[in-house]
Design a protein around this ligand. Structure first.
Ligand SMILES: [Zn+2]
Length: 731
């Protein structure tokens, strides 16, 4: 196909570039083709679909040419796949497995023989490739063509999930594309496809009922272009049948105006998060763009939502169905929505239990969390829940795919869902269970949202990094908004945005956000919590490291203004944040933890920092008072650092020079800030019992301990991280 024909595709992006492809080895071309396909969400969903090439490779043992199937293995996304995401299997061995399967005592769809065959795939591995084969391997291996693409395009799933799926397939694609009924991926499906092609050698692809598309060619570029043209043709057909304003039966409700919608979400989300997080905490993603609103506001939304999603990839994340709440945004108040959500959740969980009881087998794994992962509210949009931000975003993406599928199917014909027993047999498939069990254990702060006030520099910044390394979502807050955003950017760079960011209309934030805050203003704190709730759905932990130290004037006096600001920030500011955050904790009804940063100066009376030391003494007692006030839901503790010079904004060059002079430590005027700070830190170290400089990392470790479940029975305590100052011993 020449460059001129690349714009013949109206509904997919043509990305193949001959000059690029020609520079690549055959295996690299497979990676390239996969990346081109995965880059367009209209072609396949995040993490969905797979590709393969049968290539001639040199056997490292015999030196002979062998036919090898390179096929995308388990895990990873086509868009970002590299060669090591592909499994490689010797074709003669893989085809030989058909005899092994034929010899199984009991065989057929969903028998244990199918699962047994998965255990044989590693025996077919070519050249010690450690990548595990996926259950789709037989589909690729048993089809005779050299190159095979299996995609989950919304437009083709719309055909696959229509009542008249088979008729539509031949009407749209003619005789080149066949049709196979729904069958769970595996050995039987591979054999079924092989038989279809043997009987109909003219076929170039198959629509897989309730699932997706598979097509092939002996040339890789031809295979890519065929995939695009089939998806494009399906999309074009759907558009020709589009119902316009009557889509989903037309609009029943109107969307709320953005400000009112966000006010409602901020009020509702923490409560809702608490309700769905009774078994395990969830992180939320809100989507309120026009596409999802057209669905949730429609007459048919209730009926279609109840049918559930179709493609297995979709419902593994979205669950068998979403929770749709029939609330009238134009006439009903938020209290009515809350009541309807509460009742809806009770019914949803009961429906899930019934589904489990109705469909389970003797050897099925125990019932999983019965709470919905997708909640649909007219006028508002979609709320998705997942174990982390990345997962909740992908859950939202997949329900969007389901909406597109329903739109297409209902435009052409009538949408039908996968039978519940089939859905159950995928959801509770023992192989899926084994996959879940193989996942590494979750980190200590996984599923949690930590707000760090003062994250722009010093101890706060190091704490933000420390809790992120334990899997937390971190809201980096600071009086200096740019500094807060810079810390958030560092975290996003380090841990990645996660998957599914490309989804349109879905909040793109990753594992951290940066927000400016002035803790002396309740309004500013309210805005911080608002952004936290809209980004993640709630809050689990709060760390306050913000503080001011205003040195007295030369004659040792502290001005009234200095007294006022010191107490405003160090005492009342800390209280304000804790008090406002506590309102969210109470709405959620989930346990939380607050860590303040006070100072050993609050325990040792000395000269030269009168206002600061007094404020920190008050802050120490604030911790104890709050521990009593907020118990039993929220624990309140503090770290009390001493003389952390490294990275601290409280030690500008002037103060360091003044201190070095005061303590008679020798220095040169031309020494760098870091050198001077090092000298001062070493001087301070000599005054401690452990004789070591005290760093922000030491503070972060103590703060992390107080946030974590490791300290779940400790509240109202202040841990000095001061190198050991006997004057500051608490008694
Ligand atoms: Zn698939």
């Amino acid at each position: 196909m020449s460059a001129a024909t690349t714009d013949q595709f109206r509904y997919v992006s043509y990305l193949w570039d001959d000059a690029t492809a020609e520079r690549l080895s055959p295996a690299e071309r497979l990676v390239y083709r996969s990346n081109c396909l995965g880059a367009d969400q209209r072609i396949t969903n995040t993490g969905g679909g797979n590709t393969s090439s049968k290539l001639v490779e040199l056997d490292p043992l015999t030196g002979e040419d062998v036919d090898v199937l390179w096929v995308k293995g388990s895990g990873g996304d086509l868009r970002t796949s590299k060669l090591d995401n592909f499994a490689s299997l010797t074709m003669t061995k893989l085809m030989g497995l058909q005899q092994v399967y034929a010899d199984q005592p009991e065989r057929g769809p969903k028998t244990s023989a199918e699962d047994v065959m998965v255990g044989y795939f590693p025996h077919c591995t070519f050249a010690l490739n450690p990548r595990a084969s996926s259950i789709d391997t037989p589909l690729h291996g048993f089809l005779p063509a050299r190159h095979v693409d299996h995609m989950h395009p919304n437009s083709v799933i719309a055909i696959a999930a229509s009542r008249a799926s088979q008729r539509l397939t031949s009407e749209i694609f003619g005789g080149e594309i066949g049709w196979v009924p729904w069958l769970r991926p595996g050995f039987e499906l591979g054999l079924l496809m092989q038989r279809e092609v043997e009987a109909n050698p003219q076929l170039k692809g198959l629509v897989m009922s309730q699932h997706g598309l598979i097509n092939w060619a002996d040339d890789d570029k031809e295979c890519y272009e065929l995939t695009l043209s089939l998806i494009d043709r399906a999309a074009e057909y759907i558009e020709s049948k589009d119902r316009g304003a009557d889509t989903f039966g037309g609009q029943k409700y109107k969307s709320l105006e953005a400000q009112r919608r966000d006010d409602l979400l901020v009020e509702l989300l923490p409560w809702l998060r608490g309700k769905v997080s009774q078994q395990a905490r969830f992180i939320g993603t809100v989507q309120s763009d026009d596409a999802i609103l057209r669905f949730v506001n429609s007459h048919d939304a209730a009926r279609l939502a109840e049918l559930g999603t179709s493609c297995p990839d979709h419902f593994l994340r979205t669950k068998i169905k979403p929770l749709y709440v029939d609330w009238n945004p134009q006439q009903e108040e938020s209290a009515a929505l809350r009541e309807k959500l509460a009742a809806g959740l009770v019914k949803y969980r009961q429906d899930y239990r019934d589904y489990y009881e109705r469909c389970k087998h003797a050897n099925s794994p125990a019932m999983r969390d019965p709470n919905p992962t997708v909640i649909l509210i007219p006028g508002v949009g979609l709320i998705a829940w997942g174990k982390n931000k990345s997962e909740s975003r992908v859950t939202a993406e997949f329900y969007n795919c389901a909406v597109e599928v329903m739109r297409g199917a209902e435009a052409m014909d009538e949408y039908i869902a996968l039978p519940q027993q089939e859905a159950f047999d995928i959801e509770y498939w023992l192989l899926e269970e084994a996959k879940l069990k193989r996942m590494p254990p979750e980190k200590e702060l996984a599923r949690s949202i930590v707000v760090v006030v003062g994250a722009g520099s010093g101890i706060g910044k190091v704490i933000a990094h420390r809790v992120a390394s334990e899997g937390a979502h971190v809201v980096c807050a600071d009086l200096n908004r740019e500094a807060a955003e810079a810390t958030a950017q560092e975290l996003v760079k380090k841990y990645g945005q996660g998957i599914g960011v490309a989804g349109t209309g879905i909040s793109g934030c990753g594992p951290a956000i940066g927000v400016g805050v002035d803790i002396t203003s309740r309004q500013s704190i309210g805005e911080l919590l608002r952004q936290t709730i809209l980004a993640y759905g709630g809050i689990d932990n709060l760390v306050v490291t913000a503080g001011v130290f205003l040195p007295p004037s030369r004659d040792g006096r502290v001005s009234d203004d200095a007294w006022k600001l010191t107490f405003e920030v160090n005492v009342r500011g800390s209280y304000n944040v804790a008090d406002e955050a506590n309102k969210v904790f109470v709405e959620q009804g989930l346990s939380g933890s607050i860590v303040m940063t006070t100072s050993v100066n609050g325990m040792v009376a000395k000269k030269g920092s009168l206002a600061y030391d007094t404020s920190k003494a008050a802050a120490n007692h604030l911790v104890r008072e709050l521990a009593i006030e907020l118990a039993p839901l929220v624990r309140v503790n503090a770290i009390a650092p001493a003389t952390v010079v490294e990275g601290s904004t409280m030690f500008p060059r002037d103060r360091v020079l003044a201190s070095l002079t005061k303590y008679n430590v020798a220095f040169q005027e031309n020494e760098s800030d870091d050198e001077l700070r090092g000298k001062l830190a070493n001087f301070y170290a000599q005054r401690t019992l452990t004789k070591q400089p005290i760093t922000p990392s030491d503070q972060a470790e103590a703060a992390y301990f107080l946030l974590s479940s490791k300290s779940s029975k400790t509240t109202g305590q202040i841990i000095c991280v001061d190198g050991g100052l006997h004057e500051a011993f608490q008694r």
